[in-house]
Design a protein around this ligand. Sequence first.
Ligand SMILES: Cc1cc2nc3c(=O)[nH]c(=O)nc-3n(C[C@H](O)[C@H](O)[C@H](O)COP(=O)(O)O)c2cc1C
Length: 183
Amino acid sequence: MTRWLFLPCSTRAGGNTLTLARAAAAHLPAGAKAAWFDLAAPPLPRFADLRASGGHAAPLGRLAELAAATLEAEELVIASPLYWYGLAGPGHEMLDHWSGWLEVAGMEFGERMRGKRLWLISVRADPAPGAQAPLEDVMRRTAAWMGMRFGGALHGVGDAPGDVLADAAALAHARRFFTTPEA
Ligand SMILES: Cc1cc2nc3c(=O)[nH]c(=O)nc-3n(C[C@H](O)[C@H](O)[C@H](O)COP(=O)(O)O)c2cc1C
């Protein structure tokens, strides 16, 4: 059994990114067990950089749940709308917390993340090819910096909720996305 964790980041309910992520999740490889953790609702506590004072303690509450789900999974899927050419705020907030968790004594977050696989699913309004490139680059670099593998990126186009269902190329890619990893 392989544990997959889906991390939706949209700040609205029922949006395009969730729709595309669900379409892809319907075609997970055999033996996959999927869990979902909404990063936007309820919101994660705001990260504060306490590294210089050695103040990062073990996560509590919702952050503890997120950390446990993250460390349990072998496959992590960030599902984010494109916001200002990058990750939506809730996804960014999670990555900021990763920086804190890397400092927590005894958590061994960095060591335990190594070798896991990171995937990106995103939807944007701008159909111009390349508009998604900065976000994809961030996720590829994040995976590399964490010693993770990058599974691949699935991009759709749509603005109003439901629009992505008209993106036939994205829906076709969704069907094969998780069974054709890059690494
Ligand atoms: C704060 C904000 C920033 C956005 N920035 C971009 C952008 O840089 N490029 C783009 O193509 N679309 C941008 N959009 C449009 C969204 O990516 C688009 O509406 C997408 O379908 C939203 O996904 P969701 O339905 O999963 O929330 C932005 C939307 C918001 C609310």
